[in-house]
Design a protein around this ligand. Sequence first.
Ligand SMILES: NC(=O)c1ccc[n+]([C@@H]2O[C@H](COP(=O)([O-])OP(=O)(O)OC[C@H]3O[C@@H](n4cnc5c(N)ncnc54)[C@H](OP(=O)(O)O)[C@@H]3O)[C@@H](O)[C@H]2O)c1
Length: 256
Amino acid sequence: MNDPITLIGIGEVGGILARGFLRAGHPVYPITRGMDITRETRYTPEPALVVIAVGEQALHPVLDALPPPWRERCLLLQNELLPEDWARHDLPEPTVMSVWFEKKPGQDVKQVVATPVYGPQAGLVLNALSAVGIDGVRLASAESLLFELVRKNLYILTTNLCGLEVGGDVATLASTHTTLMTEIAHEVLDLQQVLAGQPFDRPALMTAMQTAFEGDPTHRCQGRSAVARLRRALNQADQAKLAVPALRALGARHLS
Ligand SMILES: NC(=O)c1ccc[n+]([C@@H]2O[C@H](COP(=O)([O-])OP(=O)(O)OC[C@H]3O[C@@H](n4cnc5c(N)ncnc54)[C@H](OP(=O)(O)O)[C@@H]3O)[C@@H](O)[C@H]2O)c1
């Protein structure tokens, strides 16, 4: 029997990963919302990995409550994640994955492009992904991880926020609403640069977003979290004193 995996959050992504780790021969210990995390560490004090598969709004409260032995072995996978999110909790060295497969309730898993993974337990995660037929790729550096996180954030925010305005799929967004897409994408990158505290290679990120569009051209733009994402982006822009006129125009039309 391989080392156990602790899984916090048994939702859509958590369910896929549970199957992957089980198929790879690891016992999986679930942590659901009602459980006392500190008590549960008695049963699996030193799992190989603590998978934090809760949504982004629950991430920080969960990390705040994480007991010391588990803090050293986290896997983070949330959309909109940036290094600041784990730096503020002093997590020593999390494993991080930028999820590029989609799993919606009632639907099978669908891959957009390969899922990049970085960190001490990347091999373990790649084995679990492979066990459920999902392509993964191991990243070689923290710089390439930052690029991949920003790429995913650019994709998810641009498509979700433009989707509020025009609906449709990502191929139609890129081909028919190019001006809107480009304006929103650049304002999203303005925001990401402030949050990450450094400039990015924008042409490379725009090309990487386009590659993801081509990976699943019929991917719907407007996800279930689009309104919450727009609200969060505008709050971040206010705090950073960024103008972001195109995002604010979306806010005026779609936030009541
Ligand atoms: N699904 C996708 O296709 C996809 C793709 C890319 C990235 N992601 C990212 O993956 C993350 C998870 O997404 P998801 O679709 O799997 O979400 P989900 O289906 O809503 O699952 C989240 C799970 O976390 C649980 N949870 C919330 N707070 C908790 C707590 N304090 N303790 C224990 N469990 C808690 C929820 O439990 P309750 O049922 O009690 O609320 C739920 O089961 C998100 O950050 C999302 O951005 C998802």
